[in-house]
Every structure is written in structure tokens, then in C-alpha cells.
Ligand binder design. Structure first.
Ligand code: SF4
Length: 397
């Protein structure tokens, strides 16, 4: 059974921070994230502005909140000079109260140049690495347009351990063109034998505007057949169980006690602030995003006219209605293996969950896609496999 309360959901004083570093050495063939190649001067200019944003936000929003997690993502945060990462973390500590036990993660690409940077991260308080491997098959890595090979990853992983990192996530991918049950089994075995504390497994999504998107349009991208995909799911289930990992969310597996607290907070309605271009924030009952334009971000003038700079930074401000919040409770909560609590729903929204979602809950329990133990609803193993389809049924008019 999953350890209860990976995070304390009732702790309203906690706040999570996300830092977006939008730089990559080269775009991967499938990627539509907000990331691009840039020079070192742009890296420095961006971090300068980012630190100013961090400072100003602490003065304007919730100075009393305590930071429970920090996630430095991208892009490829490990691409930039590690002293810039140190600078960002120092700025955060100067302006926020970061809890002693805060989880601090940085995403890394397993390029050969990463190794020298681990000591900087460690000294700056980073205590969790998330390494984007995707596959242990060098042909698949080439197909994806990744710049590393498996051997680069191995070296990075070993050096991270030597540097003393005891909490490492490895990102892997399913549905890669050319991926077979055999190649997936090899990838997963290679990875699990290294005993990382956490593994994330996402399916490739073919996005418009990417090289894969174009190839798909022209019929040149051949994705694994449905049979292969279900064989791959079976291999994942067998091997993760064999090596002692628990699936605690649709795409995430962890050794007991190493669930990602940052992501778990997202799924559990904890407030978070995002810094840098495109970063999303959720505070109080409002959601908003930062502008996505790199040049405009650098030009924002917080000092000349703080209010104006602030207004120009934030876009898509959305105050969540009660219906929005109830939908999110279901979408996010059901993604977790422990599911959602009826009592928690009642306490939060002052209404019985069956009076709002009774039709869907009864239908999926009858179809054995959801399990109800009298207090909580959660996906059955088969329900988890088709969770996206089921979750779309919880939209309220
Ligand atoms: S490394 Fe990640 S963010 Fe950068 S291009 Fe590749 S998939 Fe996108």
C-alpha cells in the first residue's frame, strides 16, 4: 500500500516553485516544448531577468509561504553554466523560506559534459536529479533526434552516484518508431538493474509543427502497432513489480518513499508559482501563465514600472469556478494510484460527490474500470490503462 501523505495535503502554507530554463543544444524530432538553442550571453541575460522575477514575486505574492519543492525544468537546465543554477537557487533562498527538507530537482540531459556540473548542483542544495534517457537503444535515440547515446547516460548516472545523489529519476519513452517488445524489455531491464529511485514512462505524442508531425502527415512515421503497445505495457508491469517499484501515478513508478513530491503536489491541489517564459502558476483559485516570447521577456521592465511589467508578464489569467475546481479534483486526483476521497470532496466543495459525478462513478465501477472501497475511488489496473478516455467523461458543462 502506498505510504499515505507523500505530501501533507492539508498544509496550506506550502508552496512549490517551478523554474523554466528554455535552452536546448538542439531540438529533438518530437519536441514541441518551449525550448530552443541560444548562446551563453542569452543564457546569462535570461537568468538575470528570471532572478528579478523571483525577487519581485516574493514581495507581491505570499511572502509567508514555505517552499516545499523546487523543480528546475526545461528545456535542458543542465546545458547552462552551473553557476547560473547556483545563482537561481541562491536568489530563491534569499527571498523565500525554503524548508530544510525541501525536494529540489533539476532535469539533466545525459550528455558527456554534464558530469562536471553535479558538484555545483549538490553544493547548491539540489537533492534529486531527473535524467532524460528515453531509451537504452541507440538506434531509437537517433530516431528521436536525441544528442546522447546510452553510454553517455551510463557515465552520467555513475558519476551522479559518485557525487552522492541518492534520489534519481530516469525518463523513458514508449511508442517510439521502431520500438519493439524486445527493445523495450532491454531498455527497461538495463535501467531497472541500475536501481534508480524513480522511473517516469511517457508515451510519445506526435505533435503538429515538429519533424515527427510532418513525417506523420506524409505517412513516413511508422508507430508501433496496438499489439506491440499492449505487449510493452505488460512488460512494464512485470518488470517494475519484479524490481520493487510501485506505480503511484499513471506514468510514474517509484521505490517506496521516493515518489516525486513536486508532481504529487500538482496532482493534489498544492499551489505553485512558475518562473521564466511559458511557466504556469496556480495560486489561490487562479491560474495564469507567463508570456512565451523570449525577447519580450528580456525586455520586460519591472523596475521602471513594476505594475506594467507585472501585467505584461502574466497572460491567460483564469479564476477557477467551482465546477472547474471539481473537475480538476477528479482529473488530477484520479491519476494517482490512491485515487480520490469522498470525504475530501465533501469537505472541500460542501456537496456530495455522487450528486455531481454519480453517473460516471457508478458506470465505471460497474464496468470494473474504477474500484470503490467505501471511502475512495481509484482506477483498476485496466482502468489505469484507458484513463485518458475515462477522465474526459468528468468534464462538467
Ligand atoms: S531535450 Fe527535451 S526539451 Fe530539449 S528538445 Fe529534446 S525533448 Fe525538447
Amino acid at each position: 500500500m502506498l505510504k499515505k501523505n507523500i505530501i501533507d495535503e492539508a498544509d496550506k502554507n506550502q508552496l512549490e516553485l517551478y523554474i523554466h530554463i528554455p535552452f536546448c543544444a538542439k531540438k529533438c524530432n518530437y519536441c514541441d516544448f518551449l525550448s530552443f538553442p541560444m548562446g551563453e550571453q542569452e543564457h546569462r541575460d535570461y537568468v538575470e531577468k528570471l532572478c528579478r522575477e523571483i525577487e519581485l514575486t516574493s514581495e507581491n505574492i505570499a511572502p509567508e509561504r514555505e517552499i516545499s519543492t523546487i523543480f528546475i525544468g526545461g528545456g535542458t537546465p543542465s546545458l547552462i553554466d552551473p553557476r547560473l543554477i547556483v545563482r537561481i537557487l541562491k536568489t530563491i533562498r534569499q527571498h523565500y523560506h525554503v524548508r530544510d527538507d525541501a525536494e529540489i530537482t533539476i532535469e539533466c540531459n545525459p550528455a558527456s559534459t554534464i558530469t562536471d556540473k553535479f558538484a555545483y548542483y549538490k553544493n547548491a542544495g539540489v537533492n534529486r536529479l531527473s535524467i532524460g534517457l528515453q531509451s537504452a537503444d541507440n538506434r531509437e535515440l537517433k530516431t528521436l533526434g536525441r544528442i546522447h547515446i546510452y553510454e553517455d547516460f551510463l557515465k552520467s548516472y555513475q558519476n551522479a552516484r559518485l557525487e552522492g545523489f541518492g534520489n534519481i529519476n530516469i525518463d523513458l519513452m514508449n511508442d517510439i518508431p521502431g520500438q519493439t517488445e524486445r527493445s523495450w524489455q532491454d531498455t527497461l531491464k538495463h535501467v531497472l538493474m541500475l536501481r534508480p529511485e524513480h522511473v517516469s514512462i511517457y508515451n510519445l505524442i506526435v505533435e503538429d509543427g515538429t519533424p515527427f508531425g510532418e513525417m506523420y502527415e506524409d505517412g513516413r512515421l511508422v508507430l508501433p502497432e496496438e499489439d506491440t503497445a499492449s505487449g510493452i505495457d505488460g512488460i512494464t508491469k512485470t518488470l517494475t513489480e519484479k524490481y520493487g517499484y510501485q506505480r503511484y501515478e499513471v506514468s510514474n513508478y517509484a521505490k517506496p518513499g521516493f515518489e516525486c513530491r513536486h508532481n504529487y503536489g500538482y496532482w493534489s491541489n498544492v499551489n505553485y508559482l512558475g518562473f521564466g517564459i511559458g511557466a504556469a502558476s496556480y495560486f489561490g483559485n487562479s491560474r495564469y501563465s507567463n508570456i512565451r516570447d523570449f525577447r519580450k521577456y528580456l525586455e520586460l521592465d519591472f523596475d521602471e514600472d513594476m505594475k506594467r511589467g507585472w501585467a505584461e508578464l502574466h497572460t491567460d489569467v483564469q479564476v477557477l469556478s467551482k465546477n472547474d475546481q471539481m473537475e480538476e479534483f477528479m482529473f488530477l486526483g484520479l491519476r494517482r494510484i490512491e485515487g480520490i476521497s469522498e470525504t475530501e470532496f465533501k469537505v472541500r466543495f460542501q456537496v456530495d460527490i455522487m450528486s455531481v459525478f454519480g453517473r460516471q462513478l457508478e458506470q465505471y465501477v460497474n464496468q470494473e474500470l474504477l474500484v470503490h472501497d467505501g471511502y475512495r475511488f481509484r482506477f483498476s489496473p485496466h482502468g489505469m490503462d484507458v484513463s485518458n478516455v475515462i477522465l474526459s467523461d468528468f468534464l462538467l458543462d
